[in-house]
Each structure stands twice: as C-alpha cells, then as structure tokens.
Design a protein around this ligand. Sequence first.
Ligand SMILES: Cc1cc2nc3c(=O)[nH]c(=O)nc-3n(C[C@H](O)[C@H](O)[C@H](O)COP(=O)(O)O)c2cc1C
Length: 146
Amino acid sequence: MADRWMYRIIYLSTAARQITPEDLESILSHAQINNARDGITGLLMFHDNNFLQFLEGEQAAVMACVKRIEANTMHRQIMRVFAGEVDQRLFAEWSMAFARPATTLPNAPGVRAFDAVRALLPDIERGDRRVAIMIRNFFSSFRDVG
Ligand SMILES: Cc1cc2nc3c(=O)[nH]c(=O)nc-3n(C[C@H](O)[C@H](O)[C@H](O)COP(=O)(O)O)c2cc1C
C-alpha cells in the first residue's frame, strides 16, 4: 500500500573512531526502539568504517531523528545524498535493519547479512531505482563484498 507524504533521507558517513560490536549494538537498539515509536523504518549498512543509512517516515519524525544521528560523535563527514518526499516506504518491515557482511555479523536481533539486502534489490529497484543504485554502489565500493 502506498503511504502518502512519506519522507526519506539517505546519507553516507565515516566512523570517527574504531567502531566496536558494542557500538553497533547500541546504535541498533536505540534505532529500533526510537524508530518503532516514531513510525520510522529504514536500513543501516556498515562496512570498512563507512555508514550508509536510509530513513523513511513522516517528515518531522525523520528530520528529528537525523538531527540526533548527526549529533552523534561516532561518525563524521555526514554527506546527505537525498532528502525529500517519496510515495512509498521501501523498508516497511524494518524499524531499522542493520546490514553487514555475513562473516562479521554480531549476534543481535535486527542484524541482516548483506546477502539478505542483496536479495531485496529487485523489489527495492521497482520502488525507487536510485535507492537500489546507492545500495549496489555501496557493495561495489568494497572489494570483499562487491
Ligand atoms: C550511524 C548511526 C545511525 C543511527 N541511527 C539511529 C536511528 O535510526 N534512530 C535513532 O533513534 N538513533 C539512531 N542513532 C543514535 C542517535 O545518534 C542517538 O544516539 C539516539 O537516537 C539517542 O537516543 P535516546 O534519545 O533514546 O538516547 C544512530 C547513530 C549512529 C552513529
């Protein structure tokens, strides 16, 4: 079902220090609790010190969430790739899915292997081609997962 007045933000950022499995679990648990409360869904990908995150929901909620994320000192050089209205959610199942290579998966609920995201690409591409391009580019920029 198409959601009206959906807003999506996509950004890339770089870890400001060595990110530990505990850091990732902390990000994910905050994200899942807050995003479920705020009606936000999305996907956070992490590899080689780089984050790529997709956030979607009601505009004011997404903007408030991004403000908190941008204030987090765990990452820096936050580059917004896209912010705008879209006509549907692409990650409706996930309050925040966290994706990383299968070989380095921490043991936490909500964690997905890159392969699980790769399997969704045809659906994502039908929803918004640019989002699929971003995810493919993220994969292909790392020799070990590309
Ligand atoms: C890469 C990254 C992604 C994050 N994603 C989210 C998110 O999707 N939702 C969220 O509420 N917090 C997210 N955070 C955490 C926020 O920066 C912040 O710590 C948190 O929202 C504060 O939650 P609290 O008000 O419950 O303490 C993220 C942090 C980082 C570094």
